[in-house]
Design a protein around this ligand. Sequence first.
Ligand code: ADP
Ligand code: SF4
Ligand code: MG
Length: 320
Amino acid sequence: MSEQALLSVENLVVDYGRRHRRVQAVSGVSFAVPERQTLGLVGESGSGKSTTGRCVSFVQRPTGGTVRFAGTDLSTLPARELRRARTKLQMVFQDPISSLNPRRKVIDIVAEPLAIWGGVNRKEMMRRAADMLEAVGMDPAVTGNRRPGELSGGQCQRISVARALMLEPALLVCDEPVSALDVSVQAQILNLLTDLKERYGLTMLFIAHDLAVVKATSDRVAVMYLGKLCELGPVEDLYLSPQHPYSAALVDAVPVPDPRRPVAGPPLSGDMPSPADPPSGCRFRTRCPFAQDICAIEEPPLEEIAPGHLVACHFPTSSR
Ligand SMILES: Nc1ncnc2c1ncn2[C@@H]1O[C@H](COP(=O)(O)OP(=O)(O)O)[C@@H](O)[C@H]1O
Ligand code: SF4
Ligand SMILES: [Mg+2]
């Protein structure tokens, strides 16, 4: 497996609003995703995951920091080249039904990216769209002529994935792709994404609020809280020995706990503070059962505590 980073994000900052109504949704986030690997990005709602995902796929411009794709900072490219490069970065969203045009036939929805980019005749376009429908487990003869409203949420998400893959992207950003689906369907879509990742050699950023979902898909996991990363490491390390109290609480909240590790601590209580007025020092301190005086004064830096395992906490689990 190549360890070259296909995606690298450095000190990403995203502000919304102006002056006294300014909200910093992402506050200096850095990570890299090696080619053909999946990074899971987890955290509660409002932590800045979607904003990060949109910046990574160049749907949204950050306020600060850089996003490099295959070594190039895409924001430096001229508009035409940027448009072309962006075809290699695709997104799959949470709500499959509303992200598909209800008036169009499934086969046309899937073929649309090819129609926009041109270069192939209609017959070839339809052939490729039908092949892609098959690749996502749908029978083109049965579903190709249907409209999204006639299909289930799971089927719609398969179509969203098919459409996202039509231009042969290198990077797929999946923003909570199973959160809106029935539990029974979630595993099918996760398996599909894992299969497609292998088949097409995809690199993925997989966003979820639930660590269980990320565990099924990711090589490494980044835990995000109030606009910052608090822990980043290989998926097994994060599960078996979470070092940040927030990660530990997320691991404990997984419905079927791993028998190899004991419950790490008290469950998460209280709400996340507003990103418009984050706590001083460590942003997690208002909910942290281990907080001490220093936590209000000094922000803990994200530091490597084991090879490839980084944590931002003055008192990580292994030091307590
Ligand atoms: N377009 C926007 N305008 C203003 N604030 C926004 C906008 N999008 C997101 N936010 C705010 O930014 C923060 C992070 O949001 P988001 O990236 O959607 O987080 P997540 O995906 O983790 O739930 C939240 O406080 C949210 O209210
Ligand atoms: S730095 Fe302090 S408040 Fe923050 S997570 Fe660690 S122990 Fe808790
Ligand atoms: Mg989101």
